[in-house]
Design a protein around this ligand. Sequence first.
Ligand SMILES: Cc1cc2nc3c(=O)[nH]c(=O)nc-3n(C[C@H](O)[C@H](O)[C@H](O)COP(=O)(O)OP(=O)(O)OC[C@H]3O[C@@H](n4cnc5c(N)ncnc54)[C@H](O)[C@@H]3O)c2cc1C
Length: 388
Amino acid sequence: MDITISGDQRAIEESVGRLCAQFDDAYWSGCDAAARFPHEFHRAMAEGGWLGITMPVELGGAGLGVTEAAIMMHTVTQHGGGFSAASTIHINLFGPHPIVVHSTPEQKARWLTPLIKGEEKACFGVTEPDAGLDTTSISTFATRVKGGYRVKGRKMWTTTAQEADRILLLTRTTPKADCRKPTDGMTLFYTALDRSKVEVRRIEKMGRSAVDSNAVFIDDLFVPDEDRIGEEGRGFRYLLDGLNPERILIACEAIGIGRDALRRASDYARERHVFGRPIGQNQGIQHPLAENWAYLESAFWMAMRAAHLYDTKKPCGAEANAAKFLGARAAFDACTRSVMTHGGMGYAKEFQVERLFRESILTRIAPVTEQLILSFIAENVLGLPKSY
Ligand SMILES: Cc1cc2nc3c(=O)[nH]c(=O)nc-3n(C[C@H](O)[C@H](O)[C@H](O)COP(=O)(O)OP(=O)(O)OC[C@H]3O[C@@H](n4cnc5c(N)ncnc54)[C@H](O)[C@@H]3O)c2cc1C
């Protein structure tokens, strides 16, 4: 058993860390306050070649695994940009996984190359207002017509749809009632976000304001056959392939946010003197921070174990879900404690930790909630009856 970060992986941390250090707190709090997409950061990551870390080598990617991608995202979120930095580039890593696995060589070249170069941006349209977590109940429908499909429906929370050139779009092509299994009859497309047929309405939200999330209204959008991924009716199965890597990435993104908040809390606790001594000398201040470190560290190694299982093609559903659960909780707790450690200044924007706190709760909700993760573990690990 070798549970260490390798030399090559350390090199990723150092290189990505150097790049992220160019974007300071003022940059990230400015993007957050103005709800402005971090274009400069996106461009720098593209120019550094990082947007293709998991993409095929023959298309200009690095062909590395989820372990390296998770290490990269853990580094990204530790440098002050938090979930805004992560969400600027997250879709590039495993969002296009169904394309990598199930599309034709022509589609891969057409779609992945501009994503890797940072020339195009994508968004991910799965969640719908009336279906929620019950994804098989989506109602966005793609009707067959000559040469392709006509799509009508609504998506909810679609992140980066203000910026995106293309959308990875899950639709029904057969009504659920007519399918043998609820997961049948869904089809996945990757297609141009034609704004004459798609209205994108920004949602005002609690945090991560630099990266937009939207209500999306699709009215009679024509999608040509060549923009369908794989076979008609199998889209849900294609999406499932990418779920475990996504949980692992979110876990590490969350843990990085928690580590940043913990570093800021420790710095403050060393420097802030009250009653004639540093506040960090009080065990009431230092024990909760030490506890945060322990939870973050254990969540990180659960994520690394899940990543290793995935990269060595072994089942990793339980570990990936546990990593996402533990990572998000540990991050939220560390951010909360960081605000409290700063006392009143924790509430001031100047110290950044309120921004990290607002972002950290999102890692508990998206892309899947804690309840659904626990239901998965209860059913698949503990053998309890399915509850949903
Ligand atoms: C900022 C942000 C960005 C997002 N970006 C994207 C994106 O880019 N693309 C995309 O497709 N989606 C995106 N999402 C959507 C996100 O994945 C969903 O919000 C999330 O999966 C939860 O779904 P819901 O909001 O519909 O909750 P609901 O399904 O309405 O659930 C509400 C609550 O009830 C609980 N619940 C529901 N059913 C059960 C059950 N059977 N047992 C126990 N508890 C249950 C849930 O856990 C949750 O706590 C984003 C969300 C946010 C907030």
